[in-house]
Design a protein around this ligand. Sequence first.
Ligand SMILES: Nc1ccn([C@@H]2O[C@H](COP(=O)(O)OP(=O)(O)OP(=O)(O)O)[C@@H](O)[C@H]2O)c(=O)n1
Ligand SMILES: O=P(O)(O)OC[C@@H](O)[C@@H](O)[C@@H](O)CO
Length: 392
Amino acid sequence: MEPAVRGRRGSTELRPLLSGERGAQFGASASSPSALAVAAVLPAGGCGERMGVATPKQFCRVLGRPLISHTLQALERVCWIKDIVVVVTGENMETMKSIIQKYQHKGISLVEAGATRHRSIFNGLKALAGDQAYCRLSRPEVVIIHDAVRPFFEEDDLLKVVRAAREHGCSGYDLEFGTECLQLALKYCHANAKLVEGSPDLWKVTYKRDLYAAESIIKERISQKICIVMDMKEEKEHAGYLLETVLKNELNHVKVTSVVPCHDGSNIQHIILEQCYSFVCMNVMTTDFQNTQKLLGMLEESNLSVLYPVVVVSVHFLDFELGPLSQKMESLMWIRKFAVEVKKRNILLCGLIINYSQDEQKLQESLRQGAVIIAALIKERNSALLGQLLVA
Ligand SMILES: Nc1ccn([C@@H]2O[C@H](COP(=O)(O)OP(=O)(O)OP(=O)(O)O)[C@@H](O)[C@H]2O)c(=O)n1
Ligand SMILES: O=P(O)(O)OC[C@@H](O)[C@@H](O)[C@@H](O)CO
């Protein structure tokens, strides 16, 4: 086993393996396994033969980010896991270090993989055994082994496993339906075991189709909230509120909220902190991007788009009967330039023109079309559409 690398909690700095600081205090949250020292080992040293692509599946991109980073993100939410050991091949050690740095994962130790999954896990366990001269990870009481290619799980799944590890003995049923991992532990570790029913979300990425499924699940999860940033010049009952109503009808399972930015933008920052990844920016009877640019500035300052692409739709309400649209296109085309700039920060900017007609029927139809377009842009997060001006 190679000397591992560990990132301190609260810093992205990588340094030789040193003592753990992740989730230092147990028993702090009501749901934590009280007073138990828990660590996790993530085997990530496979080559993903069944996936049939050159990149090992744990490094394949899901919504622009390596799969293993999604798994780490899910694991990091569990504050009572003290140490996380990721097991990777020597060849992929640098790739893994750069993933940790880029996506700001904290408290991760890296250990070199073995030729089989079991050997990789064994290497991870040795790093946690507390008897290696160079290793100062403290010895945990319970170790969770979690495949790096299972990005979907809840804290509750892990809690059940940890509690079972502490409380239960072994049964015939467990042996019958256990995995080979379990059998190995029983054979060599003189430990008792319990099979815990997992949720269907615990599936493993094995084939290429699983990557598409994982991406769809994540897209759906991050599209559950939409924030409409109102045009401050706008009066009540105007376009923004009409669009909000239509969007709510169109996306009845999605939480649509609207906000008029306050002078210091703190209310928008609050929404950003709540991890809303979809914004609709209102611009009534104007082709300038002042409001949209303010929002983009705030998004760029935040770290929101590090983990997921953020969609911003700049909506321009224009009365098509007040002069031809072609005259307004020149200033609207600036969206292309802005979109290219913010793409570097993983923000997908698109434009949408809605016919702000005096004719109630035409207006309603345009609003409905607009809502359908917004819903599709948010759901798909397709970077091919960035900088496009769509007309409802
Ligand atoms: N020598 C190995 C082999 C596998 N694994 C890890 O064990 C997990 C589950 O194994 P599996 O799905 O079989 O992964 P691969 O071995 O990569 O896939 P394949 O069998 O298709 O080659 C994966 O996170 C994989 O990276 C590991 O750490 N070390
Ligand atoms: O090779 P398969 O894809 O069937 O299974 C891999 C499993 O060994 C692995 O995922 C463990 O979680 C099971 O204990």
